[in-house]
Write a protein that binds this ligand. Sequence first.
Ligand code: SF4
Length: 189
Amino acid sequence: MSWTAEDEARVRSCTGCILGAHRHVAVPGTGAIPARLMLVADQPEADDDQMGLPFTGPAGALLAKILGAVGLSRDQVYLTTVVKCVPPGRLADEDEMLACLPFLAEQIAAVDPVVLVAMGVDATRALLGEDDRLGTVRGHWHHLGERLVMPTYPPEHLLRFPAAKHQAWEDWQQIAQALGLTIPSRAAS
Ligand code: SF4
């Protein structure tokens, strides 16, 4: 299974749900293929909709710091979202997520990650079928077949609620451990 520029073009021209009529550009995903770590957020943010890339703007800057803290860079992982088009000032609904899920399934097969990070309630539901609050499911390993799945707070949440950074860092320490990464001493201190 592969995920190529032609597949990204399929996403960019997709009209599989109503969100296709509202987007500026679709946000297929970006990063290394294959990759041992794949991050899945709920949906693109407004900045992403302008850039055509996930995790841009202040949230992307925070994510880069988090990845750096476990010794990774953005181009060593694969980044995507459950729905690939930004909803107009709301969260994506169930039908929109269902319409878009086949793209995510193709990406997971192509990226073939050891660890998936579900960054949000919808990402957790899409990967695990879990409807629980993120605060309940985060911090524990779940499974998607043979892949490990760690739900954790997305960077947008950490920007709004900085007190949650401590819990997020606990999750990221577990992720680093599962990947056999050595946390740089400056981040660990
Ligand atoms: S959200 Fe997904 S299914 Fe809907 S138009 Fe965008 S790419 Fe197509």
